[in-house]
Design a protein around this ligand. Structure first.
Ligand SMILES: Nc1ncnc2c1ncn2[C@@H]1O[C@H](COP(=O)(O)OP(=O)(O)OP(=O)(O)O)[C@@H](O)[C@H]1O
Ligand SMILES: [Mg+2]
Length: 108
């Protein structure tokens, strides 16, 4: 896949990805990352999906709030990641795990 993202987009996306990877490792006890190219309505983008089979998140809205952390950390990763990318989707089931996907579209 040819990458055609500006420096700012790239930095924002990589920062979001690293926060989500950290969550997968720290809170989700490890998991997988899938990277794919997405095409929609004539646009091309990159999609990352982080999946784990960890404890899950009981209250996603709360977890997305700045300052909420169950690990006595900053609690900025999840909400920050959502603000840094074009598309953000999270699903989580307690006792089953968490799936977060992010998309960044190429500039046209
Ligand atoms: N993959 C996950 N599995 C289970 N819980 C998660 C996962 N990702 C996030 N959480 C929950 O959401 C909370 C908020 O996540 P967030 O990344 O914002 O903060 P943090 O990881 O605690 O701190 P920071 O990322 O700022 O160091 C976490 O403390 C944790 O309770
Ligand atoms: Mg985090």
């Amino acid at each position: 896949m040819r990458l055609a993202f500006g420096t700012l987009e790239r930095t924002k996306f990589v920062t979001a990805a690293s926060e989500l990877a950290r969550n997968t490792l720290v809170h989700g006890r490890g998991g997988t990352l899938t990277i794919e190219e997405v095409n929609q309505g004539g646009r091309t983008g990159i999609k990352l999906v982080f999946e784990d089979a960890g404890p899950g998140i009981p209250d996603i809205e709360r977890a997305l709030e700045d300052g909420f952390s169950t690990a006595k950390s900053m609690g900025l990763g999840l909400g920050g990641a959502r603000r840094l990318v074009n598309e953000f989707d999270i699903t989580s089931t307690v006792g089953q795990g968490t799936r977060v996907s992010i998309v960044q579209w190429k500039r046209r």
